[in-house]
Design a binder for this molecule. Structure first.
Ligand SMILES: [Zn+2]
Length: 75
């Protein structure tokens, strides 16, 4: 009697486990927090800009904008 109840509960749990992921939306990766991202200095003017917003030239130097990339590093 008791075993049957446990078995029913177990089957129910297995079914729930199989169906649950389909219903619940997938966990989204946490959005990039501005605080932890790399901030680098522009090779031309030295202003600090988040790395993902920077432009990189052929030599691997980072610039804050296209204008400074064109002008190049060092003054
Ligand atoms: Zn710059």
């Amino acid at each position: 009697m008791m075993l049957r109840l446990i078995l029913m509960a177990l089957i129910g749990w297995v079914i729930w486990r199989l169906l649950a992921p389909a219903k619940t939306p997938k966990m989204k990766p946490p959005p990039a927090t501005p605080g932890v991202e790399n901030v680098l200095a522009c090779a031309h003017c030295g202003v600090f800009v988040p790395e993902r917003e920077m432009l990189t030239d052929a030599d691997g130097r980072r610039y804050c904008c296209a204008e400074h990339k064109k002008l190049g590093g060092g003054a």
